[in-house]
Write a new protein. Structure first.
Length: 78
């Protein structure tokens, strides 16, 4: 019985991830695949965890990262 549960759970997780990828694909610049396991840094404070997420997506408040609103940013430094 334990083996059947494990196989069913694995199949359900695979289906969930596949539906997630099909219904809400990640942006082309985001290199990390979807996962159901929380990232280890989520145990940190909200500000730090948010900053890490922004840096992973290359969309943080840092001037070196592009803006969410500008699809064609100017690559030269102001």
């Amino acid at each position: 019985m334990k083996r059947a549960y494990h196989a069913l759970r694995t199949h359900a997780r695979d289906m969930l991830l596949q539906d997630w990828v099909n219904d809400a694909p990640t942006a082309p610049y985001y290199d990390f695949p979807p996962t159901l396991t929380p990232y280890p840094f989520l145990g940190l404070g909200n500000f730090v965890a948010g900053s890490i997420h922004q840096m992973r997506a290359a969309k943080s408040y840092l001037s070196a990262h592009t803006s969410w609103f500008d699809e064609n940013p100017d690559p030269t430094c102001p």
